[in-house]
Design a protein around this ligand. Structure first.
Ligand code: PMV
Length: 322
């Protein structure tokens, strides 16, 4: 039995978001979410379990860093596999470090695949998705490529992602606009539970998200870009409105985020169709069709000369590298 394995997983951006857990230990979300896996950003991770190791070691981009979340995740893997050896985890993030894009989705999906295989388990993609979920909610969806739905479920067994359209023939692009200013960092973990516990609008959010999922799936199936973009943009703004309505209230917007959203609206008024979404950070992601990518990026660069833009297409699911 090999005690070593390596895997690659790509990050994903939610079009209908998960923002709140009903079980914080098992990471069971309040609502279903739907995402697009991206080809441009991914994490490569190798894991070795060895009886000579005296502790878990985590190396990220060539540098050893202590990480309690990785250690806790490895404990879950060891318990499932019935082994006790410590591990060496070596990860390389192919997400530009300046991008400040969430890498926890690709990180925990790659770790779930590599660690489970190295521990001797041979998990199905569904079970890999359940395992990745224990590291980070959004990682649940990064097991699959293309458009992916995370079915919320209500226990450890029935909360996992399913592919909606894995091989995407539609020329959808996601442009990540890198915002350099750093507003106060509120982790997604802390932010979403503040909202669950204190926002008077939380129930409405769940109702709206549940209503949007089938509409989003229909729009994607019909390649109805207008409906898809409008639903995604509205869903993101509802999520951020929750943050403003929490106690204490908080926001991930920086002045530049608002500037970029205004520019997207300007592009729309010029007849170039594109929509924005934002997650637990100041970067703005623009959803557009391939034919408009060049005009959108040059408009952004003209108006915000020092801003970096990174264009992605639909990406694949988790892969083993060995
Ligand atoms: O993966 P987590 O548990 O850090 O949560 C991230 C949640 C959002 O990215 C804001 C939305 C989503 O559905 O990915």
């Amino acid at each position: 039995m090999s005690n070593h394995a390596a895997a690659r997983a790509h990050t994903n951006i939610a079009l209908i978001k998960y923002w709140g857990k009903k079980d914080t230990e098992l990471i069971l979300p309040m609502n279903n979410s739907l995402s697009l896996t991206l080809d441009h950003f991914y994490t490569d991770t190798s894991v070795t379990f060895d009886s000579s190791y005296t502790k878990d070691t985590f190396i990220l981009n060539g540098k050893e860093i202590p990480n309690e979340n990785v250690h806790k995740f490895l404990n879950i893997v060891r318990e499932k596999a019935g082994i006790s050896e410590f591990a060496k985890v070596n990860s390389t993030n192919h997400v530009p470090t300046t991008a400040g894009l969430a890498s926890s989705a690709s990180a925990f999906a790659a770790l779930a695949a590599a660690a489970s295989k190295a521990s001797g388990m041979n998990l199905s993609r569904r079970d890999l998705s359940r395992l990745a979920r224990r590291g980070s909610g959004s990682a649940t969806r990064s097991i699959y490529g293309g458009f992916v739905e995370w079915q919320a479920g209500d226990n450890d067994l029935n909360s996992y992602a399913v592919p909606f359209i894995e091989n995407v023939s539609w020329d959808i692009k996601m442009i990540a606009v890198v915002i350099n200013s750093k507003p106060k960092k509120i982790t997604s973990r802390a932010g979403m539970q503040t909202v669950v516990n204190t926002s008077p609008y939380y129930n409405s959010w769940i109702k709206e998200a549940n209503r949007s999922i089938p509409l989003m799936k229909e729009a994607i199936s019909k390649q109805d870009f207008t409906t898809m973009g409008e639903l995604a943009e509205e869903n993101a703004m509802k999520m951020h409105a929750l943050n403003l309505s929490a106690h204490p209230h908080f926001s991930y917007f920086s002045p530049e985020s608002i500037q970029v959203m205004n520019l997207v609206e300007e592009l729309r008024s010029m007849g170039i169709e594109c929509y924005y979404t934002m997650d637990a950070g100041p970067n703005v992601k623009i959803i557009c069709l391939g034919k408009d990518t060049a005009s959108i990026t040059s408009f952004l660069q003209k108006n915000l000369p020092n801003t970096e833009v990174l264009v992605s297409s639909a990406g694949p699911g988790v892969q083993y590298l060995d």
